[in-house]
Design a protein around this ligand. Sequence first.
Ligand code: DX5
Ligand code: ZN
Length: 220
Amino acid sequence: MLLAPSILAADLADMKTAAEQCRQGGADFIHVDVMDGHFVPNLTIGVPVVQALAACSEVPLEVHLMVSNPERLLEEYLDAGARWLSVHWEAATHLDRLVGQIQKGGAAAGVALNPATPVEVLQDILPRLDFVLLMSVNPGFAGQAFLPYTLDKARRLRSAIERRQLDVTIAMDGGIGIDNIRQVVASGVEMCVAGSAIFASEDPVATMQELKRRAESELV
Ligand code: DX5
Ligand code: ZN
């Protein structure tokens, strides 16, 4: 199980401390929420901030682009240090081309799906993807409630991946915490993104460790 704390929920004036906490907590990636105020109703982190974070973080960055016209920005985020990079299915006109560009840039390519978008839209492109990021909240903000119906999407995607013997990682993003991470992992998710559950807790490092412990106990 891979854990990717979402930096959006951390103190953005002190990302260096958050990055160090992620290292100490055994995080596999730092999830970076890029929002453009157009595809989603919020504006967050841009290229210079991703560069700054990449420069001070030992933990690799997994960048989630919630932007319209992602083709305009891909190269910049790849250069800024994104090791995994996802674009939204709902924002992409030429998804196959975008996936190829991300992989050519040396990163793992992912497609993010809004809660209401069925996983079946990925049927044909699935073998080309490195990961799928299933949104379990409507993208735009940290700290929202988990939408339980998205677990069924993870189960359907997991069975399609297994049936077709593909090597695609399922990630889930939004509203994941101590109380539901087991359920999330049980539905077939291999990478959990968690923001406020970690950074709004008293001890983010201990919370990361506890999230990993709970997720891994579900797998044994
Ligand atoms: C939502 C973002 C999520 C969010 C996760 O638009 O894509 O990554 O920051 O935060 P929590 O875990 O608080 O829902
Ligand atoms: Zn995200």
